[in-house]
Design a protein around this ligand. Structure first.
Ligand SMILES: *Cc1c(COP(=O)(O)O)cnc(C)c1O
Length: 385
């Protein structure tokens, strides 16, 4: 059976070049980067090169990169680390209502500790209003965290504008760039951010590795204490193979972006157009301010989970409006935030393309999906065509 993977927002396959780059650090170059003998020096050198490469790609400096155990940890470190460090300056934080749970849950934890959090709404296109954001700022606002692009609807926020306002007011600004790193050009200076989160497994690197950019001069209370690793901001023997893999994946992405991203976008556009030809479907989130690989559509009168199972039977891997919280029947907080009803949110489908998808994949989905939708609708008591 054909296998078509269309869930690159959930994770990506590792590239062969990445695996090859990592392999020596599992085997003969297994040393602890803190050891003084040759095995250790070898690991240290690899770590230094990976840090330099990662920094260079996002226009940062060597000492501004903290490697973590993934995107979730980097978000936690940025938010809790900065809030705890600067709590004497104020207790107000701002975020959006459509953040990943790795931002929302730390924010909720901080509320329990006495911080006040403003959750900015988004409009029906999924966009935060810069004006509304500016109005939410207070004298005691110490930290703002707004994601670069949303993992469900792919909407890209006006980060540079929000960052410019934060800069003017001397307020720290963090962005979760897990969905954009690799796909878009990331320049921390142009984006006006003080902190930025990336995750390797969303860009064809290994799982369990991430990085937090922290602008020079910004201090953080560490979440993990122990040795003096990562400039005393994240203890623990470094995951040398993982970090080497992340840097390699970022380098490959940067080198190929100009060719790969337009190719993915072209495939996405054709797939989207075909899906929207099915009656009673609509795109969720802005058409223009959108990741080049993301499709999120509501298909009325069907149930997302049944659709996913039927697509899976045909070898198509996709995601629906409640994928990240599997086991929960609550529709996605993102789809509700852009104004969808519970029913419509339950009938949504997310397809996220990647560098290995082909025209044949798009053809296959466009042949396979419409008959499944038709069949599910015939079974639905809500539908009469
Ligand atoms: C996947 C994802 C994360 C979490 O990253 P992990 O490396 O899986 O912990 C955080 N934010 C966004 C937007 C994501 O898509």
């Amino acid at each position: 059976m054909k296998a078509v993977y269309l869930d690159h927002a959930a994770t990506t396959p590792m590239r062969d070049e990445v695996i090859e780059a990592m392999m020596p650090y599992f085997k003969e170059k297994f040393g602890n980067a803190s050891s003084v003998y040759s095995f250790g020096r070898e690991a240290r050198k690899a770590l230094d090169e990976a840090r330099q490469a990662t920094a260079g790609i996002i226009n940062a400096d060597f000492n501004e990169i903290i490697f973590t155990g993934g995107g979730s940890e980097a978000n936690n470190l940025a938010i809790k680390g900065a809030a705890w460090e600067y709590r004497h300056k104020g207790k107000h934080l701002i975020t959006s209502s459509i953040e990943h749970h790795a931002v929302l849950h730390p924010m909720q934890q901080l509320e329990k500790e006495g911080f006040e959090v403003t959750y900015l709404p988004v409009d029906d296109q999924g966009l935060v209003s810069v004006e509304e954001f500016a109005n939410a700022l207070r004298g005691d606002t110490i930290l703002v965290s707004i994601m670069h692009a949303n993992n469900e609807i792919g909407v890209i926020q006006p980060i540079a504008q929000i960052g410019a306002i934060c800069k003017e007011r001397g307020i720290l600004f963090h962005t979760d760039a897990v969905q954009t790193a690799g796909l878009l050009d990331i320049d921390v200076k142009k984006l006006n951010v003080d902190m930025l989160t990336m995750s390797a497994h969303k860009l064809y690197g290994p799982k369990g590795v991430g990085a937090l950019y922290v602008r020079k001069g910004v201090r953080l209370v560490p979440l993990i204490q122990g040795g003096g690793h990562e400039n005393r901001r994240r203890a623990g023997t470094e995951n040398v193979p993982g970090i080497v893999g992340m840097a390699k994946a970022l380098e490959l992405a940067a080198a190929e972006r100009e060719v790969v991203t337009p190719r993915i976008q072209k495939l996405r556009d054709r797939l989207l157009e075909g899906i929207l030809n099915i009656p009673h479907t609509r795109l969720n989130g802005s058409r223009t301010e959108r990741l080049p690989n993301n499709i999120n559509v509501s298909i009325e009168f069907i149930e997302g989970e049944s659709l996913l199972l039927n697509l899976d039977l045909k070898g198509i891997a996709a995601s629906s409006g409640s994928a990240c919280t599997s086991g929960s029947l609550d529709p996605s907080h993102v789809l509700l935030a852009i104004g969808l009803s519970h029913e419509v949110a339950h009938g949504s489908l997310r397809l996220t393309l990647g560098r290995d998808n082909t025209d044949a994949d798009v053809d296959y989905v466009l042949e396979t999906l419409p008959p499944i939708v038709e069949r599910l609708r015939e079974m639905s008591p809500l539908f009469s065509s």
